[in-house]
Ligand binder design. Structure first.
Ligand code: COA
Length: 327
């Protein structure tokens, strides 16, 4: 049973935080951030604007695009590392807010690669249950887990959400999910962590949060692994499907750093005009990055019928993934 993306949607909070704004918080400057990352501004949620709140808005747009009523959704997956709470899952909160009356809901934890892990899970649901209507959301309020005194991380990330609807039946303008490959290496997990508050590093009542409550990262190491592993998994998925990069009309990569994206394009021998980039506006929105970019690429009519689109992501775990879509 093939799986099809029949709708996409995205939502970002209103508040724009520019690099100039960040100069007031940490010892940084616009030139450094733009030249090292490609990021000019990012959206940051208002206090109280949670992961489910962003996700609901993206999901409504995806459902509208798919012409599917919320009451027809059978499965909800939310990829995030910044959930509303430990319990309940953000997927159940989002389900309630959307008025989805039945079916399962769960969060998927794979950091920036989470959306592709959730997409593959959706494909499995559709294979098992041909009538499934799976809502797949990537939503992040990364700002809630950023140390705003650490210039090595706080300038890189932003908040946002993207969503897709996956079913067994194609419709006008839909994309068949041809293949998804997921991979990772736990021995590299120390390179990107959010440890504090987990059961291995529990918090005590009244205790103030420490630096380990926030994203901690070895940027340079991450950079190298990101380029290598995304290029390798893209090559693998192309070969597995009897394709080469010249068959791909558009790559929608995880938006972590423009230099990572450019190196990836170089390794795949793809010109940058075949690579979708919106990092300058949003920064790294983690699990939201790919569905947000995919929705924007469709809105800009960059994906006409017949297009082959490759998605690829990389994130804390470490893990990485690629997917092929046939529009
Ligand atoms: N503003 C100004 N200077 C900064 C800075 C900032 N925001 N952040 C770091 N620096 C400084 C460093 O302190 C260092 O100074 P030093 O030479 O005096 O020690 C200098 O800039 C170079 O730091 P370095 O870490 O070597 O820079 P880099 O070229 O590797 O760029 C990143 C840093 C984080 C932009 C880059 O490594 C990166 O993007 N890595 C991938 C991170 C990522 O995408 N993670 C998420 C994956 S999903």
């Amino acid at each position: 049973m093939s799986a099809h993306i029949i709708g996409t949607g995205a939502f970002v909070p209103e508040q724009v935080v520019t690099n100039i704004d960040l100069q007031r918080l940490v010892d940084t400057n616009d030139e450094w951030i733009v030249s090292r990352t490609g990021i000019r501004e990012r959206r940051i949620a208002e206090p109280g604007q949670s992961c489910s709140m962003l996700g609901v808005e993206a999901a409504k747009r995806a459902l509208e695009d798919a012409k599917v009523a919320a009451t027809d959704v059978t499965h909800v997956l939310v990829a995030t590392f910044s959930p509303d709470a430990y319990i309940p899952s953000t997927a159940y909160i989002l389900r309630e807010k959307l008025g989805i009356p039945r079916g399962m809901a769960m969060d998927v934890s794979a950091a920036c690669t989470g959306f592709l892990f959730a997409l593959e899970t959706a494909r499995a649901f559709v294979a098992l249950h041909p009538e499934a209507v799976v809502l797949v959301v990537g939503s992040e309020v990364v700002s809630s887990r950023l140390n705003w005194e650490d210039r090595g991380t706080c300038v890189l990330f932003g908040d946002g959400a993207g969503a897709v609807v996956v079913t067994g039946k194609p419709s006008h303008g839909s994309a068949e999910v041809m293949d998804v490959l997921l991979d990772g290496d736990g021995s590299l997990s120390d390179l990107l962590v959010v440890r504090g508050g987990g059961s291995a590093t529990p918090m005590k009542l009244g205790q103030a949060v420490a630096e380990d409550f926030f994203v901690q990262m070895q940027g340079r190491e991450i950079f190298k692994h990101a380029v290598r592993s995304m290029a390798a998994i893209c090559q693998r998925i192309l070969e597995k499907n009897g394709l080469t990069s010249s068959d791909i009309d558009l790559v929608v990569p995880h938006q972590a750093n423009i230099r990572i994206i450019e190196s990836l394009a170089g390794r795949l021998d793809l010109p940058m005009d075949k690579v979708f980039v919106n990092i300058e506006k949003y920064g790294n929105t983690s699990a939201a990055s790919i569905p947000l970019a995919l929705a924007e690429a469709r809105e800009k009519a960059l994906i006409p019928p017949g297009s082959k689109v490759m998605l690829t992501a990389f994130g804390g775990g470490l893990n990485w993934a690629a997917a092929l879509l046939q529009y």
